[in-house]
Design a protein around this ligand. Structure first.
Ligand code: BDR
Ligand code: CA
Length: 331
């Protein structure tokens, strides 16, 4: 099996934690390190949370680096209203034992790019760290083979303003800089597709059945950290369940066929009422060379089959019939 060297740049965060769990349970991904950025929670708290997930997954061998503390040019606004004060839904998950959050996340990203022949970056928080690394040493990015960013939206409405998604809204200058300067297509896993990934009470119940069958306590852990997120989604959007954005970025890296999309030039607005909006030139009106691949279709059942089969270490075929039943009854 071909293994890819991957850096996960994140702000854990409830859905970031689920994304980390999926990545750590996937043998195709050789996670070189996890870098944290200030987003859902400040980057030091994000580092502590990443360690908690590593401990839960039995992967304390993977290093965690703290990255930027604040966005490139503006005041930092966290999403603790969505993810809880601790970023993990205030579920009382204990600090990991023995792990340490290392400094210099931006340097780690550059060192990895310089050392390895081909690197994948999955960025599931604001793009501050990536922008800082790019600003410092653009040449290092020659070895970047794939860049996936959870962020933005094209046709779907925003979640921080009518048009802006949180990661790009939190650091619009960072996002704009990366879109302008990365020099390779950004695979944008935006709200158009992630909004369709809803962890419902029924799926969670099924996970607890799988816990019993396998002796694992994945469902119990996921239930504990998502309870806060469920309440938030009900209060804000009248959604029963929670939208789990970030794991779709990891799933796409494992199985690109789960999503469909199109190439386009994209820019990110940095000022005014549309601050943080990803402006996707779908019709190529600007006549510019595409710098992004915008996902606009997703196979939701395929995502959950992959997600659960990896978390429980079983075949997708085992999961699919029950999922089908759940999803048909929910549709
Ligand atoms: C994104 O913002 C954060 O709240 C989530 O972790 C996700 O990365 C969704 O807008
Ligand atoms: Ca995130």
């Amino acid at each position: 099996m071909e293994r890819r060297t991957v850096i996960i740049d994140c702000d854990p965060g409830i859905d970031d934690s689920l994304a980390l769990m999926l990545a750590l349970a996937s043998p195709e991904l050789d996670v070189a390190g996890i870098t944290t950025v200030s987003g859902n929670v400040p980057s030091d708290q994000g580092g502590k949370n990443a360690l908690k997930i590593l401990e839960f997954m039995g992967r304390m061998d993977i290093p965690v680096y703290q990255g930027a503390k604040v966005p490139l040019k503006r005041e930092y606004i966290s999403a603790q209203d969505t993810h809880g004060e601790d970023g993990l839904g205030e579920a009382g998950i204990k600090e990991a034992e023995g792990g340490k959050v290392l400094p210099d996340g931006v340097e780690f990203i550059l060192d990895t790019l310089r050392r390895e022949k081909q690197v994948w970056i999955i960025a599931i928080g604001p793009l501050t760290n990536i922008a800082l690394a790019l600003e410092k040493d653009r040449d290092a990015f020659k070895t970047l083979e794939m860049f996936i960013s959870m962020g933005g939206s094209d046709k779907s409405h925003g979640n921080c303003s009518p048009v802006a998604e949180y990661n790009y809204w939190c650091d619009p200058d960072g996002a704009a800089f990366v879109y302008e300067n990365l020099g390779r297509p950004i695979h944008m896993v935006g709200l158009d597709v992630t909004r369709k990934i809803v962890l419902t009470p029924n799926i969670l119940e099924y996970m607890k059945v799988l816990d019993k069958e396998t002796g694992k306590r994945v469902g119990a852990f996921v239930e504990a950290i998502t309870r806060y997120y469920f309440d938030f989604h009900w209060a804000q959007e009248r959604v029963i369940g929670c939208v789990i954005n970030d794991p779709l970025a990891v799933a796409y890296s494992l199985k690109p066929g789960l999503c469909g999309g199109f190439a386009a030039y994209t820019a990110v607005e940095t000022e005014g009422i549309s601050k943080g909006q990803s402006v996707v030139d779908r019709m190529n009106i600007w006549g510019k060379t595409p710098n992004s691949y915008i996902l606009d279709q997703v196979d939701e059942a395929g995502f959950f089959a992959l997600f659960l089969s990896r978390l429980y270490g079983c075949e997708e075929e085992k999961i699919r019939p029950v999922l089908r039943q759940i999803m048909v009854s929910e549709s």
